[in-house]
Design a protein around this ligand. Structure first.
Ligand SMILES: Cc1ncc(COP(=O)(O)O)c(C=O)c1O
Length: 397
């Protein structure tokens, strides 16, 4: 690549910063596949068993999902040409929203360009000046950035600590409170205590004169397609999708596609259409991506065996890891962190695994506080894949 710098000082500044990152072993490197996404991938000419993707159900390369995209390409072409409000949308977008609303049990839904765009667009749109945002300390980076963009007051509560959240909410009587949480935490694989959070929000909404207006905003990126027979975290906990709950999720993980959605009341969706800047000022996702996501929603709804396979694989792997004495933290889902004492150890383990034909990169600060190798097991893995991972781990000393 031929980079042109107008200013030598700037060039020097980045060189030093990059060198510093490298010395700390914190530099990030892109490694691209020469194959489809799946449980087996090719990187740099080598076949690896892939324990790094969020394609939990193997839908990214599912023939019906691929065919839905292909058929849509023939009809709608590729690029969507404009933002949704300027004619960039198409019938597949509309059909997808209808499917998502039924899937999530809400009156309406809206397609957005990515999970990152959904959070950074919606959160500032629903939490403005005079409001108070409460965010779990381990929420995804896109929520952290969304909080930075919001003009509301922001308060971070201790991870999954509903007593702490309650204490903090009590100090803000009479204000509009917006509680934001991941449903499944993407680096630890634990599930938010949603029944308690729901009860807390519900009780601060009702009753006394000092009742608050409360909105519960859930990022169900890793719950959709995984929890609640695929319908996500609310279904998992048996919580009704009340109009004061806003469910965001992505098509990019278990649904094997691209883009994101928000599901809620008609008013909520209308407000987001009118105020979420990442929706208003960005080109719509291609119709083919919407068609693929729509097919994936249909598959999830009609294939309980796929989800069963995912959970069975998860149980087999976690049982084997625990038997070998690995610290898998608080994981309750197919996301399983193997926490390490140092960046060096995490990188060493990832390198060892790759030597043994297994792809599971290290996750380091600042993404997480404690370095780790993050394993994600999917419905596509075979028993032999899981055995190979456990054996490769056992060989590491
Ligand atoms: C919890 C959570 N929210 C949002 C996102 C962003 O989604 P996307 O990759 O579609 O931008 C991710 C993905 O990494 C995530 O893990």
């Amino acid at each position: 690549m031929n980079l042109c710098y107008h200013n030598d000082g700037e060039k020097l500044m980045f060189s030093r910063s990059i060198l510093k990152l490298k010395r700390q072993r914190l530099n990030r490197v892109i490694r691209d596949r020469s194959s489809r996404q799946g449980s087996r991938i090719f990187i740099e000419g080598r076949e690896l068993i892939n324990f790094a993707s969020n394609d939990y159900l193997g839908l990214a390369s599912h023939p019906e999902v691929v065919e839905a995209a292909r058929a849509s390409l023939g009809e709608f072409g590729f690029g969507s040409g404009a933002s949704r409000l300027l004619g960039g949308g198409s019938i597949p977008h509309l059909m997808l929203e209808d499917k998502v609303a039924r899937f999530k049990g809400t009156d309406a839904a809206l397609v957005l360009n990515s999970g990152y765009a959904a959070n950074t667009g919606i959160i500032p749109a629903i939490a403005g000046e005079g409001d108070v945002l409460f965010s779990d300390e381990l929420n995804h980076a896109s929520i952290i950035d969304a909080c930075r963009l919001s003009k509301s007051e922001k308060i971070v509560y201790r991870h999954a600590d509903v007593d702490h959240l309650s204490e903090l909410m009590k100090k803000k009587k009479g204000k509009r409170l917006i509680v934001v949480s991941d449903t499944v935490f993407s680096m630890d694989g634990d599930i938010a205590p949603l029944t308690k959070i729901y009860d807390l929000c519900s009780s601060s909404r009702s009753g006394s004169r000092a009742a608050n207006q409360v909105i519960l905003y859930l990022d169900d990126a890793h719950g959709t397609g995984v929890l609640g027979n695929g319908r996500g975290a609310l279904a998992h906990f048996g919580i009704a999708p009340d109009p004061w709950i806003i469910q965001m999720g992505t098509f990019s993980k278990a649904l094997g596609s691209f883009g994101a959605f928000v599901a809620g009341s008609k008013n909520t969706i209308e407000w987001i259409v009118n105020t979420a800047r990442s929706f208003i000022f960005s080109t719509a996702i291609p119709a083919s991506a919407a068609a693929a996501a729509g097919k994936a929603v249909e598959i999830v709804t009609s294939s309980p065996d796929l989800i069963r396979r995912l959970w069975n694989n998860r149980d087999v792997l976690i049982t084997a890891l625990k038997k070998k004495g690995y610290d898998t933290g608080v994981s309750e889902t197919p996301i399983i962190p193997l926490k390490m004492k140092s960046v060096k150890e995490a990188l060493g383990l990832a390198r060892h695994l790759e030597d043994k034909g297994i792809y599971a990169p290290a996750i380091r600060p600042p993404t997480v506080k404690t370095p780790r190798v993050r394993i994600t097991v999917t419905a596509e893995h075979t028993e032999a894949d899981i055995t190979a991972l456990v054996k490769a781990l056992a060989d590491y000393s």
